[in-house]
Design a protein around this ligand. Sequence first.
Ligand code: TYM
Length: 321
Amino acid sequence: MRILSGLQPSGRLHIGNYFGMMEAALKLQHEGDAYYFIADYHSLNTVQDGKLLRDHVRNLAIDFLACGLDPAKSVFFRQSDLPEHAELSWILSTVTPMGLLERCHSYKDKVAHGIKPSHGLFAYPVLMAADILIYDSDVVPVGRDQKQHVEVTRDIAIKMNETFGEGLFKLPMPRINEQTAVVPGLDGQKMSKSYDNTIQLFEELPALKKKIMGIKTDSTPVESPKSIEGSSILALYKLVASQADYDTMVADHEKGGVGYGDFKKRLLQAMTEHFAPFRERRAEIIADPKYVDRVLAEGAEKARAVARKTLARVRDAVGLG
Ligand code: TYM
C-alpha cells in the first residue's frame, strides 16, 4: 500500500494539522510505503517572500520530524525538489474540465477570506492531483477540507485513463478520521490560518496560555450547569486529555459549580503535557542543523526515482518527448 500526503509551509503547523492529518500519517508510516512532503509550490500562492517561504519549509520539516516522522520508514521531501510534479500537473490540466475546478469549495472559501484569486490558486487541485498520482498512491490521509481535492484527483485520473489508456493511473482513496476530520479553532469555527483562530503545535507557553484563557465563553454563572454543545474548550480537551479526564470535565459541565476559568486551566495543562515529548525531540533536532537538510536531500532522491518513472510512462502514453 502506497500512502501519500502533503502539508503547505504557509505558517507554523497548528493542532488542526496535527490531529486532522499528521497523527494518522505517523501511524500509517508503519503500515505501508509512506511518502510525505512539504507542498512549497502550493504555498507560493499565499507566501510571496522567498526568505519567509524557506523559513516556513525548514520549520515545517523540523516540526514534522519532532512529531515522530521517521525518515527510515517514510520518504520525506520538499515538493519543489521534484519539478516532475509541475510537469505532470501541466499534462493533467489539459484534460481537466473547467467545471471540475469551478466546483471546488476551497478556492471559493480562500477568495472569500481575502486571498487574491490567481490562476495558481484556481489550478491548485490539479497540482495536488499530480502530487498524488505521480507516486501511484493508494491512500491519502487528510482532514475533511481536502476530501474534495482527492475526489477531483480521482476524476482527473479517470479522464486520463479514458483518454490515454486504462491502467495509466491508480485511483487513490482519501483516508479521513471522522473523530478529528474538522478540528475546531479557538472560536469554534474550523481551525485555520485564514481564520486567525489557531493553536500552533509548538506555541510558546505564554502565548498558549493567553490564547486558551482568552477563549470566549457565555455568561453562565459558576454554580450553574454549562452547555456541552459547541464548546471549543471541551472539543479541544477531548483531543489532548485522557478519556477519564475528559469524562470528568463533561460531568463537571453537567453538574455546575465549576467555572470556565478552571476548565481552561485544565485544557492548558493537558495541551502542554500532550506535546511535551515532541518539544524535547524538537530541541534535539534543532541542535543538529545539518540533520534536516540531509533528511530532505535523501527523501528527494528516493522520491525522484519513483516520480521519474511515472512521468516517463505518462510522457510515453500522451506522446511527449
Ligand atoms: P494544508 O496545509 O492546508 O493542511 C494540511 C493537512 O491538515 C489538515 N487540516 C485539518 N484537519 C482537521 N481540522 C482542521 N482544522 C484542519 N486544518 C488543516 C488538512 O486537511 C490537510 O490534510 N492541499 C493540501 C496540501 C497538499 C496535499 C497534496 C495533501 C498538497 N498536495 C497531496 C494531500 C495530497 C493543503 O493545503 O493542506
